[in-house]
Design a binder for this molecule. Structure first.
Ligand SMILES: N[C@@H](CCC[C@H](N)C(=O)O)C(=O)O
Length: 364
């Protein structure tokens, strides 16, 4: 097949329920997820069309450099070029917004693009904007419901990889990123993983924020929270964004997280009256003091396969409750994260992967 020639979209493949999953097809590597408007398919919504094209493996080497660079440099009016990334299955639409301090799309447009059936299918949209306060970049994010959180842990790992691609950087790299949670520092490490200095956790109840009364200094640690008549023990932590961490109910501290009906219970925590800014909720099972397992219900995004800020909050809560050490592996549905809450500087360090899923374009 000639360079740049379009391959037929395998829409009938059982692995391909949407164009998004097309690029997950085992015969395609991320490098094949090149871009062109040659092959455009409707997603059922006449106003939203996604273009993705793949080239044959014969042409990868020749096409890779020019196509990726030219794609990321494209600036057509009323077309949004993006790269979809994921961090352990927590998936994001990344937008190059370095030329403006205002996001290229609105919260409402972001929510449409995240739609699983009528959009690209993602947990959020992330913008790489110019840095402020002396930082290299600013990161902003919209959740899939269009709300704007302060921070996103898996997202900032994707952000770090996205920047290396935009700036054509290789090897170890480190960036300073301004976020709603303050300064965050992602670092691309040897194996391509991203290690992030996530800053310091916040416990003060009014800053999390939660209306639950503080029971340890100014914080809420292992407090009772009534959800539909069941008392859950919760610890509240902010990683810039709010988290409610639970290891079980008053009567049962041995939570089997796989048995939870997240879609049923998650929204009841998210919208509970004691969380004025809503909350992310992590349900945690302790295997050993250095090995935890969690499932998450995210504010504004629902059940996701991973939550980086959530994994950090879980380790902090586990330490505060005397259940774990400061360095832990946290298993999430999408895979493990390494979390360290360092005693010397009180910062939390998160290490995990971030991968390209595909490149695409949508008319606005
Ligand atoms: N998945 C993210 C968190 C994204 C923001 C969250 N939904 C919120 O509203 O706070 C992560 O990896 O941290």
């Amino acid at each position: 097949m000639a360079i740049g020639a379009a391959m037929p979209l395998p829409l009938t493949s059982p692995t391909c329920r949407s164009l998004t999953s097309f690029t997950h097809h085992p015969s395609f590597s991320p490098i094949l997820k090149l871009n062109s408007l040659r092959e455009t398919a409707s997603l059922g919504n006449p106003h939203l069309r996604l273009a993705v094209v793949a080239v044959s493996s014969m042409s990868i080497k020749a096409a890779e450099k020019a196509s990726r660079a030219s794609f990321l440099d494209r600036r057509e009016a009323r077309i949004l070029h993006f790269v979809k990334y994921h961090g352990l299955g927590n998936d994001f639409i990344l937008v190059d917004n370095r030329d403006s301090s205002e996001p290229k799309i609105t919260a409402e447009q972001a929510a449409k693009l995240c739609d699983r059936n009528f959009g690209i299918d993602a947990d959020g949209v992330i913008f790489a904007l110019p840095g402020i306060n002396g930082t290299d970049y600013t990161m902003r994010i919209f959740n899939s419901d269009g709300s704007e959180p302060e921070m996103c842990g898996n997202g900032v790992r994707c952000f770090g990889r996205f920047i290396t691609e935009l700036e054509n950087l290789h090897g170890k790299q480190r960036f300073t990123v301004h976020t709603g949670a303050g300064l965050i520092v992602p670092e691309i490490v040897d194996d391509g993983k991203v290690r992030v200095d996530m800053g310091e956790p916040v416990f003060k109840a009014s800053d999390v924020p939660t209306r639950l009364p503080a029971n340890k200094d100014e914080s809420v640690v292992k407090s009772g929270l009534d959800v539909d008549g069941v008392t859950w023990n919760v610890t509240c932590v902010s990683m810039g964004n709010p988290h409610c961490v639970t290891f079980g109910t008053e009567g049962d501290q041995n939570l089997q997280v796989d048995e939870l009906d997240l879609a049923e219970i998650g929204p009841k925590f998210e919208h509970h009256e004691v969380f004025p800014a809503r909350t992310n909720t992590e349900f945690v099972q302790v295997f050993t003091p250095s090995h935890l397992k969690m499932r998450v219900w995210e504010r504004g995004a629902g059940a996701t396969l991973a939550c980086g800020t959530g994994a950090c909050a879980v380790v902090v809560a586990a330490v505060l409750e005397g259940r774990a050490a400061r360095t832990c592996t946290v298993d999430l549905p999408g895979g493990p994260l390494q979390i360290e809450w360092r005693e010397e500087d009180n910062h939390i360090y998160m290490t995990g992967p971030a991968e390209v899923v595909f490149y695409g374009s949508v008319p606005l």
